[in-house]
Design a protein. Structure first.
Length: 117
């Protein structure tokens, strides 16, 4: 940059700044990756109790409790096996809608995934 004239330096800075802005916009519009969303099961509760995500997002349910739990969609969309401590189950929510779920072993444990377009 030292060998460039003042006019050329200014042009290089404008182009560099424009490229940085384009790169920042590209990163900010990337969809949420599957591993970014999770629900923990602990103390007979799903945490968070409700999540709002975009279509195509995979939710990973982790059992952090010291007893088995399962994850069952209210309308049969998904059903995990009994999850022991530190086991996990994942499901990809492909379509917009509201998906209620509960623990198949402890039906009072409930949660909800809201998928918005």
């Amino acid at each position: 940059m030292r060998n460039l004239t003042k006019r050329h330096r200014s042009s290089v800075w404008r182009r560099s700044r424009a490229l940085l802005i384009v790169a920042a916009l590209a990163v900010s519009t990337c969809p949420v990756r599957a591993a970014d969303m999770e629900v923990n099961i602990d103390n007979f509760a799903f945490t968070p109790k409700e999540l709002t995500v975009k279509p195509g997002t995979t939710i990973v349910f982790h059992n952090r409790d010291d007893i088995p739990h399962s994850v069952v969609g209210s309308n049969g969309e998904f059903h995990s096996k009994a999850l022991d401590t530190d086991d996990s189950f994942s499901f990809t929510f492909a379509k917009a809608g509201t998906y209620g779920y509960s623990c198949g072993l402890h039906p009072r444990m409930q949660g909800r995934i809201v998928v918005t377009p």
